[in-house]
Design a binder for this molecule. Structure first.
Ligand code: HEC
Length: 244
């Protein structure tokens, strides 16, 4: 029984004394190694810093970012963007030149007026080459005809047959026609041309005055041909706002 008891004790000694000692030696060696590595890194860092120090006093290249910037243009104090030297303040006149959109209900239509009669002359001068003598010939888009054809086997989409609002015609002509020189005609001329394209489509009379009120009031043949917004609510239930 006793010798048996002694054997485990010796094994326990090896575990409790030798193993910790052995790991301590390993640890010390590893630390020594790490220190060497660190030294190497430090050396490298130092060399890099020295190299940089040497290169930085070099004169900047003749062209490029290192050169002195040109002085920023002088600006009115207090204008935003001034600190960064960016932009130019936009006055009402500049803004108005860009703000040319016309809503279907006529919002945005400018002052001015015209008639189809006056528009006929302008059309001959500026539009006929591309849209034809009566607006039906082309070679570009047909502007006239096709009313009632949309639901047939050969639908013809024109201002007369397809467009739901005459206000859009004014907007479109003012911003984009004549195609090779858009935004060169006056508002009066655009009102007259709007009248003339509507007249060719037999929607307004030759002498009917076209202005911001009358253009908005024109009833286009296809006004009700578009599907309006879905009338169903977004959700089937009322939104809960309190004590939900
Ligand atoms: C140089 C040729 C050219 C001239 C000149 C020209 N247009 Fe156009 N026009 C076009 C082209 C091309 C389109 C089609 C543009 C597109 O679909 O993006 C077009 C489209 C249109 C449309 C829209 C047709 C539609 O149903 O989509 C109208 C309206 C129109 N022009 C009217 C005029 C009027 C009025 C004038 C004269 C002030 C004029 N155009 C002068 C080439 C021209």
């Amino acid at each position: 029984m006793y010798p048996h008891n002694n054997q485990p004790t010796a094994a326990a000694l090896v575990v409790t004394l030798f193993l910790p000692l052995f790991s301590l030696v390993l640890l010390t060696l590893a630390c020594g190694q790490k220190t060497d590595d660190q030294n190497a890194t430090e050396k490298q860092d130092k060399a890099g810093a020295e190299a940089q120090e040497q290169s930085s006093p070099k004169p900047a290249p003749a062209t490029g970012a290192g050169q002195a910037r040109p002085t920023a243009p002088t600006r009115t104090p207090g204008v935003s963007g001034e600190r960064l030297g960016l932009g130019t303040p936009v006055g009402p006149e500049v803004y108005a030149a860009w703000d040319i959109d016309v809503m279907p209900d006529g919002r945005g239509l400018p002052p001015g007026s015209g008639t189809a009669k006056k528009g006929a002359k302008l059309y001959k001068k500026y539009c006929v080459a591309c849209h034809g003598a009566t607006g039906k010939e082309g070679p570009m888009d047909k502007l006239v005809g096709g009313i009632g054809s949309l639901a047939t086997a050969s639908p013809l989409q024109t201002v007369g047959s397809y467009w739901p609002y005459a206000t859009t015609l004014f907007d479109y002509l003012r911003r984009s026609m004549p195609m090779q020189a858009p935004q060169t005609l006056s508002n009066d001329e655009i009102y007259s041309l709007t009248g003339y394209v509507l007249f060719l489509n037999e929607i307004v009379g030759e002498d009917e005055v076209m202005n911001s009120t009358s253009v908005a009031a024109v009833k286009m043949p296809n006004r009700n041909g578009f599907i309006t917004a879905d009338s169903r609510p977004d959700t089937a239930n009322d939104a809960c706002m309190n004590d939900c």
